[in-house]
Design a protein. Sequence first.
Length: 242
Amino acid sequence: MERLQKVIAHAGVASRRKAEKLITDGKVTVNGKVVTELGTKVGKNDDVEVEGVPIDKEEPVYYLLYKPRGVISSVSDDKGRKVVTDYLPEVKERIFPIGRLDYDTSGLILLTNDGEFANMLMHPSHEVDKVYIAKTKGIPSPEQLKQLKKGFTVEGEYLKAVHAKINSTDTRKNTAIVQIVLHEGKNRQVRRMFDALGFPLDKLKRERYGSLDLHGLNAGDYRPLKPFEVKQLRQLAGKNVK
């Protein structure tokens, strides 16, 4: 079940805000009855009409994209910058990214039109591993890596890693390659954590999301998820829910 305004927005009829106004103005019906409550939730079997026109119902689709650096994790950008959906021009469904990778971060991002699936994966209580590789300016000590796992507050927000380890170091250039695992997806979380410890990042890449990785893909490539991969992700999120 999803909020009515979200279903309308995902159908491409209007923005979320405009969809809310359409509802409160009495221009939306569910199963033939006018609905004006914004909290109303509808399922796949409900018939939704906006100003008398049925909204299209799409079959759920699931894609994995290797997001390059310098791309916005959104379906549009008011500054005209490249967005993740630009890399899937042949996909006709109204897909959106599950969570975000910031502009300067590359790596694995999922896109779908299945809101329930997206919400399941993004909720931190479901503990889906997100594995990143970071190149740091400076070499963190074992104690500092422990601090990442212990967690700390940055600008009033508590940030915590599940795991962190150094894969390699370059003492001449004073850099390190660090693997860090998150369950959360807070805004610029990895960069903010390393910045707080005094190790700004040269590069950041998400290499794995749950059971999925970037094997066989180059930056900008995408592929549909196989049915068993979707099932694995659902099982992983369901198993870990608290």
